[in-house]
Design a protein around this ligand. Sequence first.
Ligand SMILES: [Zn+2]
Length: 174
Amino acid sequence: MAQFKRKSIFQNTTRESVMARPRIPISQKIFDKVLKIPESGCWIWLGTVTNHGYGTMTFGRNKNISAHRASYELRHGPIPDGMLALHHCDIKCCVNPDHIFLGTQQANMDDKVCKNRQANGVKHGMSKLTEQQAKEAKFGNEKPIELAKRFNCSATIIRQIRNGLYWKHLENKA
Ligand SMILES: [Zn+2]
């Protein structure tokens, strides 16, 4: 038996909401929406992604759940209260349950510090911008779409930098 309180993200669904929908197994809903990358083993979520970069899906009626947490729970069981589902691969929209591990907020911070060291700025695989451009993206007032035109990149990247997803280490200095 569980030693501590476990609350599955699937639990709060009412009987009514389950009945109201066709019965597509949640596992099927996940597997239908991933692109599997053979090289890394990542399952890239092709559904909706939050501003923070995590996959999200609807479950039951009007309930949004986190796709990587759902995937983890399907494989390993409920995530205990207060625990975060973290990524070994550092790809937030990856939903491969084997790439996800549980940790506390502190573990999450330690993990980020460690990974930031490896993925700083220009060495980051997603980065095509110079550090100066990234600073403008992160701290400037120009609209993402305008910056994107000027830097010849996608406005999404600009928004993600502004939201702190990439180039996290930049500080607001000239
Ligand atoms: Zn992965």
